[in-house]
Every structure is written in structure tokens, then in C-alpha cells.
Design a protein around this ligand. Structure first.
Ligand SMILES: Nc1nc(=O)c2ncn([C@@H]3O[C@@H]4COP(=O)(O)O[C@H]5[C@@H](O)[C@H](n6cnc7c(N)ncnc76)O[C@@H]5COP(=O)(O)O[C@@H]3[C@@H]4O)c2[nH]1
Lengths: 186, 186
């Protein structure tokens, strides 16, 4: 099952390497980005991992929802990996505007392996089509949840946001999901 | 099958994005690294993708074989991917000493998904063990070969080096495999 392997790859090759550095990165970022009028909450210190059920992923979050703006990148983490010297790992920081015009900070990105699931469903030689894709996204989500629940390195450092494709009619579905998460963390 | 999905992911999420930029990166590198006493050949302009059958991967190639030295990194490629702004992709350049003491340049790295296969075989909850791992590495290799054979973006820009675990007794197995490839390209 493709999604099972991609969930393990996402954890073993990324989340367990980067999440332990997240808090320190965010602290450095806040020290160099003071007084810029944005609201930081407890939820701002977790990596929001966006998982859209229809695997429809933008390269820039603000293309998905105009209440979202790119703020800046966190400082880089560099690791020697499998022959690549100083491979760079980074996360992007965004703000989401609520209905009062308050700008809330969050660190977020799509679960990149979903791009693979999406592209594989378009390549006839890859062996699965659009109808299986949604099942594979759900399998990815559940497998990742199980893995992360057992992971000490990742505990309390992330939040998986499963985004329903039925809410796609709402141009602000993404910022609303993010803001709901940030409120719940308070 | 885990290896099938990882091969597709490696192609769709990495090789087809980075290989088209390789030649230009190498040209820039050579312009800023002139007259340093190393030999460049046609084979030096392809990405050597190392696939050890026992999935035993070092983070630094020179740890595997002391005839290999790290030279420098190619210039970075930055791409906006799934919400990460300016995600960095880079390759490391190495030299391999032949038996006459000539230092040959190559751009090489292990196939990163093999790290996932290796770690999954160590995690009991991931669903496969050491005995299946070798089969999965072979499946990865064959699937990747088939995908790359059909890929216009990647044609002539890479070489897959399958490294036999029986040659592991030879401390210079890796540099010999690399040098054999470089000679064949002449
Ligand atoms: N050598 C090498 N250099 C790279 O820069 C690189 N980037 C990706 N890959 C490999 O290609 C394949 C597809 O990548 P994808 O991004 O879809 O999944 C990635 C992605 O979802 C996440 N990830 C890894 N590195 C990053 C990163 N820097 N930023 C965001 N996500 C990342 O974790 C998954 C597994 O990563 P790797 O296990 O390192 O191997 C990947 C994978 O096999 C790379 N391999």
C-alpha cells in the first residue's frame, strides 16, 4: 500500500528529524521578528501539517485562501543525509486573518507525500487512479496518526489538519481550519 | 508494496525536479572551481545514485571508503513546494582516487528512500523485517529503472549504481564502482 510507505517515509525521513528542532527555531525567529503586530498563541508553536482529502495542494498557501499571507521562513536546519552534505530543512511561517482583522501566526505546510499520491494517480503506469486516491489519503492520515502517537520525538510538536474536500466551496476554508486549531490550543 | 511507492516518490518528488537543473549547476561549479587538480569526465556530469543492496547507508560517502573525499556542494536549487517557500535542493561533489593517485570528480549520493526502507525494517510496527528488505531494495531498483527509462526530463542525466553486499569485504568497493562508471562513460 503506497500510502503506508509514504507515511513512514514522512515520519522517518522528516518529522522525527525536524520536529525536535522546531521550538528552538521558533524562539530564534520571534527574537528577530519582534513588534510586527502579529498574534502568537500556543498553537503557533506546533507544525500544522495540512492534509487535504482531495490531495489538491498549492505550492503557496496564500494561493488557496487570501486571508493567509506568507510571513517569513524559520531559520534553516542543516543535516548530513545519505551523502548530501548539509541538506537544508526549513519551514515557512504564515499569518491568518480572522474576522476582526487580527493576524495570527502559524507554522504550516502541506504533507508533501500527498503530491506524490496526486501525481501517481495521474500517471497511468504508476498503478492507481483517482478513485483510489481518496482512500490512499485517508490511509496516509491514519497511518501517520498512529506513528506519531507512538513517537516521543514528535509529541506535542505538531497538529494534523485533515481538510475536507466538501468545504472546498468556501474560499476561506483553510484559514478557518487554521484559526479553529489556534483557538482550541488556548 | 512499499518499494514501489518509494520509487515513484523519489522520481516525482525529487529526480524529475532536480535532474533538469544538474548540467547548469555543474557548469557554474566548474567556473568557480578551476585548476584544482581534479579530473572531470563525461561521467562526472551525471548524478550517480548509489543503491546498496543491504540498504547500509552512510551520511558521508568518505566514511564508506577512504579513497573518496568530499569536495564541495553544487549551487542550491530553490523551489516553492507544498507550502515551503524556497525549499532547498542540493547535491554534493566528491573525488575518487584511482590506483595511480589521480583524483576523479563525481556528483553522487545514496538513494534517500533506502534510509526509509532500512529504518522501517528496524521498526516492528512498520510491517516488514530484515529478510524482506533486500527484496524491497531490488524492487525499488527495478521500479526506478523502469520509471527513469520512460522519463524525458531525466534522460542521460543520472546513473543508477547497484552495490552488491557481497563486495562489502572490499574497503574500496564504492570508489571502484564509481571509477568503473566514469571509465565506461569515456
Ligand atoms: N537526496 C535528497 N535530497 C533532497 O533534497 C530530497 N527531497 C526529497 N527527497 C527524496 O525524494 C522523495 C520525495 O520527496 P518528498 O518531498 O515528496 O517527501 C519527503 C517530504 O515529504 C519530507 N521531507 C523531506 N525533506 C523535506 C524538506 N526539506 N522539506 C519538507 N519536507 C521534506 O519527507 C519525505 C521523505 O523525504 P526523504 O526520505 O528525504 O526522501 C525524499 C523522498 O524519497 C530528497 N532526496
Amino acid at each position: 500500500n503506497v500510502a503506508h510507505g509514504l507515511a513512514w517515509s514522512f515520519y522517518l525521513g522528516y518529522l522525527r528529524l525536524v520536529l525536535p528542532h522546531l521550538e528552538a527555531s521558533i524562539a530564534k525567529f520571534r527574537a528577530t521578528h519582534r513588534g510586527e503586530g502579529h498574534t502568537w498563541t500556543c498553537g503557533s508553536k506546533k507544525l500544522l501539517i495540512l492534509i487535504p482529502l482531495n490531495a489538491n495542494i498549492s505550492d503557496k498557501l496564500e494561493q488557496q485562501d487570501d486571508s493567509i499571507r506568507f510571513y517569513d521562513n524559520l531559520p534553516n536546519t542543516e543535516l548530513n543525509r545519505a551523502g548530501v552534505r548539509g541538506r537544508v530543512y526549513k519551514h515557512s511561517v504564515y499569518t491568518a486573518l480572522d474576522e476582526h482583522g487580527t493576524s495570527h501566526v502559524f507554522v504550516g505546510e502541506y504533507a508533501t507525500p500527498l503530491l506524490t499520491l496526486y501525481s501517481m494517480s495521474q500517471e497511468s503506469s504508476a498503478g492507481f487512479g483517482e478513485s483510489e486516491r481518496k482512500q490512499q489519503v485517508l490511509l496516509f492520515y491514519r497511518t501517520l496518526q498512529d506513528i506519531l502517537d507512538q513517537s516521543l520525538e514528535c509529541q506535542n510538536r505538531y497538529r494534523l489538519l485533515l481538510l475536507d474536500d466538501e468545504e472546498e466551496q468556501d474560499a476561506h476554508a483553510l484559514s478557518k481550519a487554521v484559526l479553529r486549531h489556534l483557538e482550541q490550543q488556548e
